[in-house]
Write a protein that binds this ligand. Structure first.
Ligand code: PEP
Ligand code: MN
Length: 343
């Protein structure tokens, strides 16, 4: 719409789109309102729309992922968390914690230390997608309760994984961000369920997924009505064996070009080895990632999962100091919580 288009003019465009048999999504922006059109399967005849009062121009979205494309919305999406932290803005958001919640002591100690070092989101799986059915599957709801307790103690927001549609409803009751893991990136019934769960979603790239497939998976969530989607590069299958995965930092840059969604990086799963996590975390911030997801454990040698790629608390402390400097060098800073923790 033209700058200063009136609400009546926007309504006129919405009615015109609906009378053509499509759905309209008005999106007020800082400069002007955009009205999105969904429900078409092919090019839309623009003649009915171009001459309406207040219309500036009609843009045809060329990508199959539509609502998550930059063509749909040129301004970047910013996801607000309850602790005042924003993902997708100027700040780089650090999410840290163990692969899995293992005990009250383990998660509270980790939460206190990563918060003191400057993390603003606590990670930790309560439902774990394990390659073997005989491996530890997570603490379940008790793990979610421990994460909520850690949030109350520290002011950290919580990100934790949901494995199935029923689990998504339960996770949404406790978490501030619902994580969809690599193994479930193309689980379309789960994507639809999290799109209706009412919480922001962290969507990890599948182990062999193209960026187009990642963005189409995000489109499933947005199409259900949840626009707060954060993408995550966590490495893809590799033909070499020098690292667990091939950590694809060009994904961060490319996603920023073609999508308005924030993208963070997970160098823990991306590399699979503690010695490689720090360097690739620094590189991710330098490349423009909106945040990092890092596995941190008080005693990695005893971790029930992913100990080999977990930093200990001192290593995390040191890394945070380095990340501060790298963020500063590119005109960003590491996010801080705006809300003091409850005591
Ligand atoms: C995790 O974050 O612990 C995890 C299981 O990651 P991914 O889905 O990327 O393998
Ligand atoms: Mn893990």
């Amino acid at each position: 719409m033209k700058h200063g288009a009136t609400p009546d003019q926007v309504d006129g465009v919405v009615s015109a789109i609906e009378s053509m048999g499509y759905r309209a999504r008005p999106m007020p922006g800082a400069q002007r309102t955009t009205v999105g059109l969904v429900g078409n399967d092919g090019r839309v005849e623009e003649g009915h729309l171009i001459g309406l009062d207040g219309v500036l121009r009609v843009i045809h979205v060329s990508q199959p992922y539509k609502q998550v494309s930059r063509e749909w919305c040129s301004e970047g999406t910013v996801v607000d968390l309850p602790n005042g932290v924003q993902i997708g803005g100027e700040d780089v958001v650090i999410m840290a914690g163990p692969c899995a919640v293992e005990s009250r002591e383990q998660i509270l100690e980790t939460a206190c230390r990563v918060a003191a070092a400057g993390a603003t989101v606590l990670r930790g799986g309560a439902f774990k997608p394990r390659t073997s059915p005989y491996s530890f599957q997570g603490m379940g709801q008790e793990g979610l309760q421990l994460l909520a307790e850690a949030r109350d103690e520290t002011g950290l927001a919580i990100v934790t994984e949901a494995l199935d549609p029923e689990g998504a409803v339960l996770v949404a009751k406790y978490a501030d961000i619902i994580q969809i893991g690599a193994r479930n990136m193309q689980n379309y019934s789960l994507l639809r369920a999290v799109g209706r769960a009412g919480k922001p979603v962290l969507l990890k790239r599948g182990m062999a997924a193209t960026l187009k497939e990642l963005l189409l998976a995000a489109e499933y969530i947005v199409a259900e009505g949840e626009s707060r989607v954060i993408l995550c590069e966590r490495g893809v299958r590799n033909f070499d064996n020098h690292a667990r995965n091939l950590f694809d930092l060009t994904a961060v840059v490319t996603v920023k070009e073609v999508s308005h969604l924030p993208i963070i990086a997970d160098p823990s799963h991306g590399t699979g080895a503690r010695s490689k996590v720090g360097p690739m975390a620094r590189a991710s911030v330098a490349a423009g990632a909106d945040g990092l997801l890092l596995e941190v454990h008080p005693d990695p040698s005893t971790a029930v999962s992913d100990g080999q790629q977990s930093l200990n608390l001192d290593q995390f402390d040191k890394l945070m100091g380095e990340l501060d400097m790298i963020a500063g060098a590119i005109g960003r800073r590491i996010a801080r919580t705006a809300i003091a923790p409850q005591t």
